[in-house]
Design a protein around this ligand. Sequence first.
Ligand SMILES: Cc1cc2nc3c(=O)[nH]c(=O)nc-3n(C[C@H](O)[C@H](O)[C@H](O)COP(=O)(O)OP(=O)(O)OC[C@H]3O[C@@H](n4cnc5c(N)ncnc54)[C@H](O)[C@@H]3O)c2cc1C
Length: 377
Amino acid sequence: MTSGPTIAIIGAGMGGLATAAALRRVGVDATVYEQARRFSRLGAGIQIGCNAMHVLRGLGLEPTMRAAAFYPRSWNNKDWQTGEVRFDQIFGPSAEEKYGAPYLLGHRGDLHEALLSAVPARNVRLSHTLVGLDEDPNGVRLTFADGSSTVADAVIGADGVHSTVKDLLFGASEANFTGRIAYRTTFPAELLGGYELDECTKWWGPDRHIVIYYVKPDRSEVYFVTSQPEPEFTVESWSAKGDMNTLRAAFDGFHPQVQRTLRACPDVHKWALVDRDPLDSWSDGTVTLLGDSCHPMTPYMAQGAAMALEDAVVLARLLDGVGDRAGIAEAFGRFEAIRKPRTSRVQLSSRTNTWLKQRTDVDWVYSYDAWTTPLAA
Ligand SMILES: Cc1cc2nc3c(=O)[nH]c(=O)nc-3n(C[C@H](O)[C@H](O)[C@H](O)COP(=O)(O)OP(=O)(O)OC[C@H]3O[C@@H](n4cnc5c(N)ncnc54)[C@H](O)[C@@H]3O)c2cc1C
């Protein structure tokens, strides 16, 4: 049985679904409004750090993700040309023991599906594009693009890097385009014709890199993601189809393992890499932001979704037992105060693209458990 205030979550991405699932754990029945008409399985992998796995464990999703994802021995870091190891960050059982949860490499679609399974279907409303938020005597009025509207006690904007909720709260502002593009896709490993890849390697070149890993426990699916300069890419088409020949040319001269991967890959998407400086505020009264809507970051630490998952749990814990709007506004203020130092640190560290380039202190990232971290700012 759930009860309590009515909470509307905007966006059924990683952060929005995790928030709905975590709120259920504290007895709050939130409704998620998503602009998409249906969910599509984007060809992309995702590194699920030990800190993110703590979140998934608490949501009851650890067995699902262990069965769906690849369990790597390490995240290796090699020279782009010679293959010389710069730094091998060991995961596997030793990291699992140290950080209390495994490090997994999965398909983004599998993680999304797992999170969706933790939220009742009746609580996820597709084809709902939020366009307006207004004060209402009974709370906050949400207006959608189709003209429909509803009122909730509180609103959580988990609507990603191009957040409408952020624009409505604090004014529109473009995210910072880094001038770099990520090409990424997943494809069947059988297209490699028996050629065996490393389990997970980042190949560091002078001004670009590529990360390649398996996303299935049986190594049947491969994923890669690049970062390379392409400043002329228009941010308006921030997600688009990429050209394989352009991509292969951009990684000409890289290690044979990279060349084999790119030769075997049939198809790719490309994304403008954007981030923001830490925002001054995340919340206003009973409306708050969460995940990429308030702390979008470059993918170089593979922590963006992990931060959104952590946010979800901390926010749900703060809302546990809160019954009125004054209590919600206070919880949102505490949420921001507790979370911002950590997410800002990750945002700013990620921007430097030095994570694991050489021996790196990783404990502060992976040992964080959002279920037990103190709720004091
Ligand atoms: C190339 C790349 C690789 C990455 N790799 C990793 C990784 O390995 N590990 C990791 O932890 N993170 C990674 N990330 C980061 C991760 O993808 C994001 O941080 C994460 O998806 C953020 O989740 P979110 O829920 O905040 O936003 P999103 O996942 O973007 O979800 C936002 C949702 O809101 C919906 N929405 C938007 N506007 C509206 C509206 N007006 N009304 C209703 N719905 C709306 C969208 O349709 C979407 O479903 C990577 C990112 C990139 C670009």
